[in-house]
Write a protein that binds this ligand. Structure first.
Ligand code: TXA
Ligand code: MG
Length: 361
């Protein structure tokens, strides 16, 4: 996988960010999946600031991030052996485990549920921050650092764009956005997130009665989990804990997004062009003749990891053009592409029928 390339936060910036967290402030930081908007998980007022900054409904729990080797049992209770095997196999890394919450942990992180989402990220800046914060013994509650419902950020610049902050002066505000950004005082640099889509989430809190449940697909696949614990995580059932990343409409740009298989592409594109519709393309296998005719385009690698790495930046960049439609070439449907297809399906939600509507104008 690709390594972060931009300048990364230095020790001084990390120490300062840890101090802000200890004082109850918000810090955005890179992880290997997407950038997170962090607060002290044991400070309910700080956690409330996350919800305020994101405009996130209060009934959506946030994930608690720990430093490698931190004491999982401080946060949780009744941790099954299988969950410890997953920790052993995949932490630090892009896997979140839902476990029973320890009664000493404030309800606020779990939005009142009796479970808690735990994750140990592998990005070196995230690890350094978690080690500096409360001497490595704290937990940082962090959802993705985007406004509720928007595409998750995979660079520090994406975070600044989301919260209306100036490029160089982290913490500085741009007039109109002063209210929304007022709560976010630092964005740590860490290059482009190497995974590019959010962590896999497995519910291990109801293992005895329901087995493992895959709440959100990601880079670590259900099969990789089965290889470790001998049980294949099931799809979510009615009683599964709520996860906002599982809302139908999520990860959505402002421009309507729709998917088309490669064979119908050329004909639809020329019909749209004939109607004067500006189309931004995202593809992985389209012929050059098609992509050059588009208003804007981004071709992504034809492998699932490379595609996931570029997907959110592509959606953001195409959303910045004045295109009337983002048209995505339908990716392959096999298991390795589950995470990508899950995110695309949610980006497309709400845009059903958009091509017909544009063609009828
Ligand atoms: O990769 C990631 O997981 C990123 C980085 C920053 O770590 N974080 C992230 O957080 O994606 P967020 O809040 O955008 O998505 C976390 C998902 C939400 O859908 C939330 O509802 C679910 O995890 N979640 C958190 N705690 C939970 C719990 N106790 N039970 C069920 N779902 C939970
Ligand atoms: Mg999110």
């Amino acid at each position: 996988m690709k390594q972060p390339s931009a300048t990364v936060a230095d020790q001084a910036a990390i120490a300062e960010a840890a101090a802000i967290l200890e004082q109850g402030g918000l810090v955005a930081f890179p992880t290997e999946t997407v950038y997170g908007l962090g607060a002290d998980a044991e400070n309910p007022a700080a956690v409330a600031r996350i919800y305020e900054a994101k405009g996130r409904p209060h009934d959506h729990p946030v994930i608690v991030h720990l430093a490698p080797g931190a004491d999982l049992d401080y946060w949780t209770t009744d941790v099954p052996d299988e969950a410890r095997q997953l920790v052993q196999a995949f932490w630090p890394g892009p896997l979140t485990l839902i476990l029973k919450r320890n009664p000493r942990i404030p309800d606020a992180v779990s939005a009142g549920q009796d479970s808690v989402g735990m994750r140990c990220p592998s990005h070196p800046v995230a690890i350094a921050l978690l080690q500096a914060f409360k001497g490595g013994k704290g937990g940082v509650a962090a959802p993705s650092a985007n406004k509720f419902g928007n595409v998750s950020p995979t660079t520090a610049q994406h975070v600044r764009d989301e919260f209306g902050m100036d490029t160089h002066d982290d913490g500085a505000l741009n007039g109109d956005d002063a209210c929304s950004a007022a709560e976010l005082s630092r964005v740590l640099e860490g290059g482009s997130s190497e995974v590019g889509i959010e962590s896999t989430i497995v519910d291990m809190s109801r293992l005895a009665t329901h087995g493992p449940v895959l709440l959100r697909p990601g880079h670590i696949s259900a099969q990789q989990i089965a290889d470790v614990i001998g049980m294949l995580p099931a799809a979510p059932d009615q009683a599964a804990p709520r996860a906002s990343g599982t809302l139908e409409s999520h990860y959505a740009p402002r421009t309507p997004v729709t998917m088309l298989a490669a064979d119908g592409f050329a004909a639809t594109l020329s019909q749209l062009h004939a109607k004067g519709v500006k189309v931004a393309l995202i593809g992985h296998d389209l012929p050059a003749a098609l992509t050059t005719s588009a208003h804007a385009q981004r071709m992504l690698p034809a492998d699932p990891a490379g595609y996931a790495y570029g997907l959110y930046a592509a959606l953001r960049d195409m959303d910045q053009t004045d295109a009337g439609l983002i048209l995505v070439e339908t990716p392959p449907q096999d298991a390795a592409w589950l995470g990508v297809n899950d995110r695309l399906r949610r980006s497309v939600f709400g845009s059903a029928g958009v091509i017909d509507a544009l063609l009828q104008k």
